[in-house]
Design a protein around this ligand. Structure first.
Ligand code: AP5
Length: 210
């Protein structure tokens, strides 16, 4: 099954994608994770996009579409995948539908004040990418990753100015994809305000995974 997770920043797409891929053996492809990996590796792409991510803006369609095209060409995607954070513009949506068939687009719906609370409280383990929240999903020891013992960090784009920029970019560039996918009868809507387990259950039911 080929799925797209659509929704504003901080809606819980990554959290639920992790649960769905573990349970149903799909491949999780997060464009944000791929970009952050390039930045960590300091390769040419990483150096080019570092300031774009930090400012909460979008990487160009040309770069993003080509990166996804190469990732989807790998064999491990043949038994199904979740695209998390792609597409984010109409041009990316059109390119995607020419690349591969998509079964469902799950739209995570969440209000703006909750988005800000979730993103400003998010902490991550730099080496594993494991995500916590200081209130909703805290680590066992304050500020320390449960598994590696490393200090948790805040993503550079989870600071207030970048959060507001990301929400504005979402409204202008990404929200039009809701109508785009609705017109193609691919849109399924989940209430992302609920707990991660409830959102996981809604997603599994709406997509026919259970
Ligand atoms: P990306 O990494 O995709 O960021 P995003 O879409 O802004 O999404 P997030 O990862 O911030 O949020 P999420 O919905 O996954 O929430 P999470 O599960 O972590 O992209 C980063 C950047 O890369 C972009 O700004 C752009 O520059 C670039 N980029 C990426 N894709 C691109 C594209 N296609 N085109 C161009 N540029 C692109 O949850 C958030 C927090 O809430 C966590 O702390 C979590 O623990 C908590 N939480 C989650 N669910 C719940 C719940 N149900 N209840 C309570 N707390 C919860």
């Amino acid at each position: 099954m080929n799925l797209v997770f659509l929704g504003p920043p901080g809606a819980g797409k990554g959290t639920v994608a992790k649960k769905v891929t573990e349970r149903f053996f799909l491949v999780h492809i997060s464009t944000g994770d791929l970009f952050r990996e390039a930045i960590r590796n300091e390769n040419p792409l990483g150096l080019q996009i570092k300031s774009v991510l930090a400012a909460g803006k979008l990487v160009t369609d040309a770069i993003t579409i080509e990166m996804v095209r190469q990732r989807l060409a790998k064999k491990d995607t043949k038994s199904g995948f979740i695209l998390d954070g792609f597409p984010r513009t109409i041009a990316q949506g059109e390119a995607l539908l020419e690349m591969v068939p998509i079964d469902h687009v799950v739209n995570f719906v969440l209000d703006e004040s909750t988005i800000v609370k979730r993103l400003s409280g998010r902490r991550i383990c730099k080496s594993t990418g494991k995500t916590y929240h200081i209130l909703y999903n805290p680590p066992l020891v304050d500020g320390i990753d449960d598994e590696t013992g490393e200090e948790l960090i805040q993503r550079e784009d989870d600071r207030e100015e970048a959060i507001l920029q990301r929400i504005a970019v979402y409204e202008k560039e990404t929200a039009p994809l809701i109508e785009f996918f609705k017109e193609r009868a691919l849109l399924r809507v989940v209430d992302a305000q609920k707990t991660p387990q409830e959102v996981f259950q809604q997603t599994a039911e709406l997509t026919g995974l259970v």
